[in-house]
Design a protein around this ligand. Structure first.
Ligand SMILES: Cc1cc2nc3c(=O)[nH]c(=O)nc-3n(C[C@H](O)[C@H](O)[C@H](O)COP(=O)(O)OP(=O)(O)OC[C@H]3O[C@@H](n4cnc5c(N)ncnc54)[C@H](O)[C@@H]3O)c2cc1C
Ligand code: FES
Length: 289
């Protein structure tokens, strides 16, 4: 029998307005955008994202999701947030032109947050390319919880795509960089650092691991860490429409408890998922696609 419609409409995230404090170029293609948003900032949890209207014109029509890179504070009071973005298309090109004092229209915070187990002593954070965006806020949260042994493994294409160390993670973290051409750090994939950490016993099932990057990086981490029993929280970045569970434009495949394949929404169920639950076979950005 058909169900009657709900008596109360679901509450969707509200549009907020912030004021741009700074839009700084930190690498050839990369910017950090700081936004004053005192009513929203206290609600932001590490791992969440905001969905930004990048232009006042109709093009691009859709908002662009961006992970929160940091919460800006005045003393202990959260007053705003920063996002770190690569200029890759019309939305981010428009975002790169916004100047101090401009109004920023966004929805957020959206998505789930990291779940760092109590008693964590050691953490490894893995970033591929612009997946470096949420690393700093997660590292700061770990430090706030007293975790001192934090290693950040960061892979990028070449020196033009590497962001400065202070924009990757806070002081006190060990930063290991890899680039495809060896122009910064080790030559090769970021996962070669993960292999070393495994080999030297610095990455064990007791280590908290957070990763954000492209699908092939997630696939490599699944192969390396799954057999060792190391669990990973993966911040996924699917194409998005609405950003809050209405358009079904951001579907991800997952392994259910009973082994069957199920579906989740990156925006409303994630964007963070246990890496061992994600199914990438046939994914358009997968290593074998
Ligand atoms: C939850 C979430 C968090 C994100 N956080 C960040 C962030 O912190 N910093 C950042 O720079 N970007 C982030 N992104 C990605 C960003 O939203 C997209 O790159 C955005 O579409 C760029 O808009 P654009 O108009 O400039 O380029 P578009 O025209 O939308 O895209 C330009 C190119 O990038 C490709 N592309 C776009 N989105 C994706 C995607 N999700 N996966 C793979 N390829 C894609 C397109 O195929 C195209 O080739 C995030 C995405 C999600 C879903
Ligand atoms: S972006 Fe619309 S449902 Fe996820």
């Amino acid at each position: 029998m058909p169900q009657p419609p709900p008596a109360i409409a679901p509450e969707f995230p509200k549009v907020a307005l912030g004021e741009i404090l700074e839009n700084r170029s930190i690498a050839r293609w990369t910017h950090v955008l700081k936004v004053h948003a005192p009513t929203v900032a206290p609600a932001i949890q590490p791992g969440q994202f905001v969905n930004i209207r990048t232009s006042d014109s109709l093009v691009p029509l859709l908002r662009r999701p961006m992970s929160v890179h940091r919460v800006i504070r005045d003393g202990d009071t959260p007053t705003g947030f920063a996002v770190l973005f690569d200029v890759v298309g019309p939305g981010t090109r428009a975002l790169a032109t916004l100047t101090k004092g401009r109004r920023l229209d966004f929805v957020g915070p959206l998505g789930n947050a990291v779940t760092i187990p109590a008693g964590t002593k050691r953490a490894v954070l893995v970033a591929g390319g612009v997946g470096v965006g949420p690393i700093k806020i997660v590292a700061e949260e770990l430090q706030r919880r007293g975790v001192r042994d934090i290693t950040v493994c960061y892979g990028a294409r070449d020196f033009e795509h590497v962001v400065p160390a202070e924009d990757v993670c806070p002081h006190g973290c060990r930063l290991l960089v890899a680039t495809d051409d060896g122009s910064v750090g080790r030559k090769g994939r970021v996962t070669s650092h993960i292999e070393d950490l495994l080999a030297t016993g610095r990455l064990t099932p007791e280590t908290y691991v957070f990763a954000c990057g492209p699908v092939p990086m997630f696939q490599a981490l699944q192969s390396l860490l799954g057999p060792k029993g190391v669990r990973v929280e993966a911040a996924t970045e699917e194409f998005m429409g609405c950003g809050f569970g209405v358009c079904f434009g951001c579907t991800l495949r997952v392994k259910e408890d009973d082994g069957r394949t199920g579906y989740r929404l990156c925006c409303a169920d994630g964007c963070i998922f246990p890496l061992d639950r994600l199914v990438f076979e046939g994914h358009p950005h997968g290593a074998h696609a």
